[in-house]
Design a protein around this ligand. Structure first.
Ligand SMILES: NC(=O)c1ccc[n+]([C@@H]2O[C@H](COP(=O)([O-])OP(=O)(O)OC[C@H]3O[C@@H](n4cnc5c(N)ncnc54)[C@H](O)[C@@H]3O)[C@@H](O)[C@H]2O)c1
Ligand SMILES: [Zn+2]
Length: 358
């Protein structure tokens, strides 16, 4: 029997099941009043096996890229869905990573003012982080995640076996979010993750399941009482202030979770300079957990200070004229400041570029 995790949401309670086998994929083929959307890369790998009982005319195969996370792709989905005989009774069942989740979540939450949605995350990032949290997002022009809704899936199935076919870059991108959440879980979860790293990198399903469950548990802890992101949930933006800026200045050449690792390194350097983290704690975290997993190095153009500052100014979470930053302290507490100075950004980027050899 799969383990089940019930999740409370102010929109609708839902459940995550952790599946040891992919049998549920075959079972979902018989789901009544369903239509399916599958990430093209997932389809290519599993079409003849897991999806062999699926009807071709009930499936939309979606090519995935960050620059397809937009309204045009959502319209392609609406065009397919309006042709279906089912209307508000339709269940959309979607398979893919965080990009497919964001696109299909936006579509299900808006068509007919919301339909049922079963989501099967197939990347580490989506299994360990994005699948819970109710957020759907689209990029608009060059603004990342500018459009969006709050809308959880009705049910989520997590099968860590999917992660065996992920590219190393996408795997390490997801691992960036796993690191972030384990740091946010406190000293113990940071140490536990360090123990698991060798097995995680071998993609051992048991180690992955432990890290995924712990990541979701920590994320849900920060969301409790703040599903709509007005207070404590904002702290989950740790690593994302610099991270989102780097995604944008690199034209999305740096995958999301890798940009988050860069963002944590930068935020920790600011925190050290402000006396929030002791230098040896900052160094230990950087050397043991952050730098070794930053495998996609940004170009010097992408880490140009004025470009990063310009991108940080466009962040939708910014209040007033100053820059926002979530920082970690030595005792693994997290604080949000709205007074990050451009001069601080310039000097920490300088240090960081030397450390990562840009
Ligand atoms: N909604 C949220 O709360 C939330 C949270 C964090 C991140 N995000 C968003 O998630 C996106 C990143 O998601 P991601 O890292 O999952 O990237 P992704 O969806 O682009 O997937 C990465 C790559 O892996 C491929 N892929 C997917 N599953 C696979 C499998 N099992 N085997 C082989 N290849 C597979 C995809 O086709 C893609 O090429 C970003 O756009 C980010 O903004 C959203
Ligand atoms: Zn993220």
């Amino acid at each position: 029997m799969p383990i089940s995790l019930p999740i409370h949401s102010n929109i609708r309670d839902y459940e995550v099941t952790f599946d040891e086998t992919p049998d549920f994929v075959n079972d979902l083929a018989a789901h009544p009043e369903a239509f399916y959307i599958v990430d093209e890369n997932v389809w290519k790998i599993y079409a003849q096996t897991l999806f062999s009982n699926y009807q071709k005319d009930e499936i939309m195969i979606l090519p995935i890229a960050e620059d397809r996370k937009n309204l045009e792709t959502v319209q392609e989905i609406y065009n397919r869905l309006v042709e279906r005989p089912e209307k508000r009774n339709l269940t959309l069942i979607t398979f893919g990573g965080g990009i497919l989740q964001d696109i299909t979540g936006f579509a299900v939450s808006t068509i007919y003012r919301g339909i049922k949605w079963i989501y099967i995350p197939t990347t580490l990032l989506a299994q360990a982080d994005s699948c819970v949290g109710s957020k759907t997002s689209l990029n608009y022009k060059k603004y990342k995640n500018l459009l969006g809704t709050f809308y959880p899936p009705t049910r989520i199935h997590i099968f860590p076996g999917f992660l065996s076919t992920l590219s190393e870059t996408d795997f390490r991108s997801g691992f960036g979010e796993v690191i972030k959440l384990h740091l946010m879980g406190g000293m113990n979860s940071y140490r536990e993750l360090q123990q698991l790293v060798p097995d995680i990198l071998k993609r051992d399903p048991k180690a992955l399941l432990t890290a995924i469950q712990q990541s979701l548990h920590i994320k849900l802890g920060y969301m409790a009482g703040d599903e709509f992101d007005t207070g404590r949930r904002n702290l989950l933006n740790y690593g994302h202030d610099f991270g989102h800026a780097l995604e944008s200045t690199s034209d999305f050449a740096i995958p999301h979770g890798q940009a988050v690792i860069f963002g944590m390194l930068a935020a920790n350097l600011v925190a050290t300079r402000r006396g929030l983290i002791a230098q040896q704690v900052e160094q230990e975290i950087s050397e043991s957990l952050l730098l070794p997993h930053l495998i996609v190095r940004p170009s010097s153009k992408a880490v140009d200070a004025s470009a990063i500052i310009g991108a940080m100014k466009k962040d939708k979470k910014r209040l007033g004229n100053n820059l926002a930053l979530v920082m970690m302290t030595s005792d693994f507490k997290f604080v949000l400041t709205n007074d990050l100075m451009p001069a601080e950004v310039t000097s920490v980027l300088d240090i960081l570029m030397k450390r990562i050899d840009v």
